[in-house]
Unconditional design. Structure first.
Length: 360
């Protein structure tokens, strides 16, 4: 048997451990694994011999601790309506002697995998996205590492903010789902957390910040700085999310970014010092944490087991802290959003501190 493995969409910490897990488990049963470079692009073009690399234990040992993807990524959509390449995918699989595919990716990559599987391409999925917004799984590769980066970055920003008595906007990723902002902001004890699921008013934001200032003064605190963690998809009620540019990718998405800078400009007339920084790709470029390494490796092992058992059209995932198997069609229910009623305090624009044992 020969398996092809690919990584699609944006890179995320945990991809290389997952690839290593696939190779590690496959080698036990004498299954050959080849890496398909640049995601679905490898199977969607004809001149593609340089897109394939044979993988073995000696290679993945050097990869397993690294961030990013040594197989590289792309946002190629092989089932795009006006440029469907399903037949070419099948042709390339036959050319390379591939019996099955393991696709590691998020909503777009695994959504394409589900369509291809329905058309006769045997595919297994592994969930990856730092946003943690995939339906069907409680955990996605890259999430834990990104949270750690956000928490550490907020600590660094806080020193500058305190030194200059500054309102500091820290922009993090999160197009539709605010998990990174919510849990990263909570871990950093941010004063305000803004998430895509709850459109806010500028008046409310100013009111909350001034109220926090009054509270500190009443308690005799000298700290006059504030940290605001804001997801890139957060937006003012009645307005759209701020776009980085006007380009659409192959899956029909605009690139978001700049909402923190936009809000900084709106608040400059109310507060003496306002500053902004965006973590952007720094959240994705870190070496994986032990959690992303462990889960990535186990996802890889489980994916090979699914291939051996012919459970195509499924992905591995986590439910109630246990590995599980989920139909790929569940991905179509994405994004998995923050439950504002249970987890978000609309009045404080922050995480709810009631129900401390509540999952999420």
């Amino acid at each position: 048997m020969r398996i092809g493995v690919l990584t699609g969409g944006g890179d995320a910490p945990g991809l290389n451990p997952a690839i290593a897990g696939v190779v590690e488990r496959a080698s036990i049963d004498g299954i050959e694994v080849v890496g398909l470079k640049r995601g679905w692009q490898a199977l969607s073009i004809r001149e593609n011999d340089h897109h394939i690399v044979k993988l073995g234990p000696e290679i993945i040992r050097e990869w397993s601790r690294l961030g990013g993807s040594k197989l590289q990524c792309s946002r190629t959509n092989p089932v795009k309506e006006d440029n469907d390449r399903t037949d070419l995918v099948k042709e390339n699989m036959k050319k390379w002697g591939l019996d099955a595919l393991i696709a590691i990716g998020g909503e777009d990559t695994l959504g394409a995998a589900e369509v291809l599987n329905a058309r006769g391409v045997p595919v297994i999925g592994i969930p990856k996205t730092i946003d943690r917004d995939l339906a069907g799984t409680e955990y996605t590769l890259g999430y834990d590492t990104a949270l750690n980066v956000i928490c550490e970055s907020a600590e660094r920003v806080a020193h500058t903010a305190e030194s200059h008595e500054t309102i500091f906007f820290l922009e993090v990723m999160g197009r539709h789902a605010g998990w990174l902002a919510l849990r990263g902001g909570e871990s950093a004890f941010a004063d305000v957390i803004l998430i895509p699921e709850y459109p806010f008013s500028v008046h409310k934001l100013i009111s909350v910040l001034k109220e926090r200032q009054r509270e500190n003064e009443h308690l005799g605190f000298e700290h006059r700085y504030k940290i605001i963690v804001v997801a890139e998809g957060s937006h003012i009620e009645g307005e759209e999310a701020v776009r980085r540019d006007s380009k659409l990718d192959e899956f029909g998405h605009y690139s978001l970014g700049g909402v923190g800078d936009y809000l900084k400009g709106l608040l400059e007339h109310e507060f003496k010092h306002t500053r902004y920084t965006a973590l952007a790709y720094l959240q994705r470029g870190a070496p994986p944490t032990q959690r992303d390494r462990q889960i990535g490796r186990r996802f890889g092992h489980a994916a090979v087991e699914l291939v051996k058992n012919g459970k195509f059209g499924h992905m591995v995932g986590v439910q109630k802290s246990k590995l599980t198997v989920v139909p790929l069609r569940e991905v179509r229910k994405s994004p998995r959003l923050v439950d504002v009623d249970k987890l978000y305090d609309r009045e404080r624009l922050n995480v709810k501190i009631e129900n401390p044992l509540l999952e999420g």
